[in-house]
Design a protein around this ligand. Structure first.
Ligand SMILES: [Zn+2]
Ligand SMILES: [Zn+2]
Length: 382
């Protein structure tokens, strides 16, 4: 199959809409006709070469689509099913899936390899000058995580695909559900699943993009009494409030004080019970630790972008915990249907995340859009 509308990343932030070839699904795979996709900060990070500079590749890891064809061993999905491709799977049986403490399935592991589980790709650039040229002339393209959603068609291992049960294709919430594929769910899960925020507790969230706003929502749902949002963008003050934030800190307004001190000012000098770090700015890890209570504070590291960073050991030795997470600990088969229900009932105001919409063919405009002050989520119509 030749796909005329794919976004190929050929180098750091070098995006092009090109014609590529999309192979049929193999035995345990499905091919998905994408309807909507969206942009997550991780797309930019990976486009810049994090954690591995794998080029050329097809971008995108958030989206919603319809199953176009299935491999012969796929039992749970069929042609026409409305689905969400994910980058975390859940076998439900391995040591990790049954542990109750992690979403890192061992049977179908999360990977940055950019290839299908069998180590190959379903996406290729056609042989130069001859679309549909023989297989031996084609150049393989890397997938992005297990997805590559910025495209007319995607191929995923069926274990990484969630069926959207009882969803009406014509509801506006369907397009917004794309935001649950990564960013918002990651933040929500970081608060609910990883931090396990308790009723009456205090939470700080560093960075109020879609991930941070998800963390604010997760903390609110868990019953946190104090939810402090921190962001240099003043426009996030109102956004944060819409999701349940109780206090806002703009660090630029207090350049002589550290973020951790500003958070302590709002918590009787003690700090918060939980801090969720969503910026991926390395020096903020120690600030996040110092913003939590001595002896029991817990930091969930969500933000990616640093392959290594240093931490003040004294901050950790003082009884605090630093925990990293992929997808906020969300188990796709268990947690996503619950979040999708909240999306359907408008319990989660996903519409407040939407700030820009584009057609896939105009995707390169997103590189500038994402830097505008009011940008939270860009929806891609395919
Ligand atoms: Zn498993
Ligand atoms: Zn993401």
């Amino acid at each position: 199959m030749t796909d005329y509308n794919r976004v190929v990343c050929r180098g750091p932030e070098e995006w092009k809409v090109e014609e590529i070839e999309v192979d049929p699904p193999q035995a345990s795979e499905v091919r998905i006709k994408m309807l909507y996709a969206s942009i997550c900060h991780t797309d930019f990070l990976i486009s810049e070469g994090f954690p591995l500079p794998l080029y050329p590749r097809i971008l995108g890891h958030e989206g919603i689509g319809v199953v176009e064809s299935v491999g012969e061993k796929v039992a749970e999905l069929k042609e026409g099913d409305l689905v969400m491709p994910c980058y975390v799977a859940e076998c439900g049986e391995c040591e990790n899936c049954t542990s109750g403490v992690t979403n890192m399935c061992l049977t179908h592991p999360f990977t940055f390899s950019g290839l299908m589980p069998d180590g190959t790709s379903r996406l290729h650039l056609p042989a130069a000058g001859r679309a549909g040229g023989g297989a031996s002339h084609r150049q393989p393209l890397y997938h992005l995580l297990s997805c590559s959603t910025w495209s007319e068609y995607a191929v995923s291992d069926a274990n990484f695909v969630i069926k959207l049960q009882d969803f009406q294709p014509d509801l506006p919430q369907l397009s917004l559900a794309s935001f649950l594929s990564c960013g918002f769910s990651t933040g929500f899960g970081a608060a609910q699943v990883e931090a396990r925020v308790e009723k009456g507790s205090s939470v700080a969230v560093l960075g109020l993009g879609a991930v941070g706003l998800g963390a604010v929502e997760g903390a609110k749902v868990q019953g946190a009494a104090t939810i402090i949002g921190v962001d240099k963008n003043e426009m996030k003050r109102e956004k944060g409030k819409a999701f349940g934030m109780t206090h806002f800190i703009n660090p630029d307004h207090s350049p002589d004080r550290s973020i951790s001190d500003l958070i302590k000012d709002l918590t009787d000098g003690l700090g918060v019970d939980y801090c969720i770090e969503c910026t991926g700015v390395a020096p903020l890890i120690t600030e996040a630790l110092d913003s939590t209570k001595v002896g029991k504070g817990k930091v969930i590291m969500v933000g990616a972008g640093h392959t290594s960073f240093s931490v003040n050991s004294v901050s950790l030795l003082a009884g605090r915990t630093l925990k990293g997470t992929i997808f906020g600990g969300i188990k796709p088969r268990f947690h996503l249907p619950l979040l999708l229900d909240r999306c359907k009932s408008k319990e989660i105001p996903l519409d407040k995340l939407l700030t820009h919409e584009i057609q896939l063919g105009d995707i390169t405009k997103a590189i500038e859009m994402v830097h505008s002050q009011d940008c939270v989520k860009i929806l891609i119509r395919i």
